[in-house]
Design a binder for this molecule. Structure first.
Ligand code: NAP
Length: 242
């Protein structure tokens, strides 16, 4: 069997970039979906691993662009073995002093749901046919510890709503795959990647995104294989509350 073929969304920086880099280090062929094809960091990886990285400029909320990207990948590769839906946005801060209801920024609420939920669904709509062709397919949807019902905490309102919805979306498609397409043996996880030192995570950071990426690959590569009815896990493969 040849090298695995992996795809990561939001690979410009943060966790997405680390996942792309580590995949290349492992010898995998990587596809990076990024907002800007000419980003310095991602182009640096392309130079370091000639011929192993395909960079495609895609806003995950742009259905036509995602469809085009999937068509490009289909021309180049027979399948995609794993995909990490990592692209995400978080607007606001835990230090914001606002009335969460009355002061809601509707445009940011909409954009958060669009990127974090609809974007994930659009990417899988067009990339799942390539995943279906893999002998050992894996889908990792990066959600968050913010994505479950809890009786305390009111920070990151729009973001939490989006991650809860992303978990629901993930479980629903997993239920579908388990009941209607068991022959495909798709391993699907929704994952909290840890509180990472990234642009998004700086105000709560506990770990480097490189540590999270290593854990995520242990799941992708099957070294850690949680068997859970609801596979909402952290980057170590441990079950998350839901
Ligand atoms: N950091 C944490 O502590 C933490 C905790 C829990 C969950 N997460 C989740 O982990 C994932 C990665 O987070 P991170 O900390 O690495 O965030 P980050 O550093 O802010 O990176 C997010 C990436 O997503 C890209 N992106 C944003 N909107 C996009 C769009 N519409 N289409 C394509 N790409 C888009 C960004 O591109 P640009 O750079 O070009 O804007 C960037 O590359 C996210 O889903 C996040 O919600 C993070």
């Amino acid at each position: 069997m040849g090298a695995k073929i992996g795809c990561v969304t939001g690979a410009d920086m943060g966790l997405g970039w680390e996942l792309t880099k580590l995949g290349l280090e492992k010898g995998y062929d990587m596809v990076a979906l990024v907002l800007r094809e000419d980003g310095e960091k991602i182009c640096g990886l392309s130079a370091a691993y000639p011929g192993k990285l395909t960079i495609l400029g895609v806003d995950v909320t742009d259905e036509g662009a995602v469809e085009g990207a999937a068509a490009t990948v289909a021309q180049k590769f027979p399948c995609v073995d794993f995909i990490v839906n990592n692209a995400g946005v978080l607007f606001g801060s835990k230090y914001d002093k606002i009335d969460e209801i009355v002061d809601l920024d509707v445009a940011k609420f909409r954009r958060t749901l669009d990127v974090n939920v609809t974007g994930m669904a659009i990417v899988l709509k067009y990339f799942m046919p390539l995943i279906y062709k893999s002998a050992s397919p894996v889908v990792v949807n990066i959600t968050s510890e913010a994505g479950y019902l809890a009786s305390g905490g009111h920070n990151y309102l729009s973001y939490s709503v989006s991650k809860y919805a992303a978990n629901m979306y993930s479980q629903k498609i997993l239920n579908y795959l388990r009941s209607e397409r068991p022959d495909l043996h798709v391993r699907l996880f929704m994952m909290h990647p840890g509180r990472m030192q990234t642009v998004m995570g700086a105000e709560n950071a506990q770990i480097e995104p490189s540590e999270s990426a290593r854990g995520i690959y242990r799941v992708i590569d099957g070294e850690v294989d949680p068997q859970l009815d609801i596979p909402f896990i952290n980057y170590k493969g441990e079950a998350m509350p839901h």
